[in-house]
Design a protein around this ligand. Sequence first.
Ligand code: GLN
Length: 275
Amino acid sequence: MSLPTTLGEALALARGRVPVSEARLLLREASGERAATIVGFPERQLGEAAALRFVDWLTRREAGEPVAYLLGEREFYGRVFSVSPAVLIPRPDTELLVEQALLHLPEGSPRVLDLGTGSGAIAITIALEAPHADVSAVDISAAALDVARSNAARLGTSVRWLEGAWCAPVQGEVFDLIASNPPYVAEEDPHLAQGDVRFEPPGALASGPDGLNDIRTITAEARGCLKPGGWLLFEHGYDQGDAVRTLLAAAGFIDCATLKDLGGNDRVSFGRWPV
Ligand code: GLN
């Protein structure tokens, strides 16, 4: 592939290989030029380092690598989070989980726990949006916690990071609210072999034959880690709302409900540990 020497040549090189919007974004990040320049000044020179970076990203994107991993970042809830292949890429759907967590926080200085924090997007956003909250976050992956820690430092907040399996690192503690976006895709779901998810950590996506293994485990464990009246909130698959509410109710949770994401799909379910 010959190296493009102008913005216009770079976009021409990408034509038909990746969507135009992605080509523009990659070129913007590779060149440091503004979006309007990318579109309006095709004759603008592109330096060799920027051209090399763009061609590398273009080739890798064409082979399927997610844009967020190429750029090393993704926006979530209005803030930019660093991401690496050690963590799931934050999704807009998960903003509903954060929004609901914030709505269910009691007054005072509530203790909040995020289970399976990955990039830290949920824990850090709650800590920044509710500065009165005392936020802890667990992940089984040390590499994920490194990403989360650097995000917290860069975004200027503090979260207590704990390594381990679900509630194991917080044995003996109780929280006002537990939020989790656990793996919830069924193991055999063909969607795991398509698109961006092929490059994401499998342990963050798949959870047993019906996708509910981890939600079952967390529901059972969370009962011992919630204050009376505390809330447990899950993100889950579009077809799992009924199943998750049933699981929560069977475990003794009350006031169980499911909410839809912006796409109109069941996405978040929650229940309250009785007083
Ligand atoms: N929503 C993601 C997907 O369908 C799955 C995220 C998760 O398992 N927590 O790709």
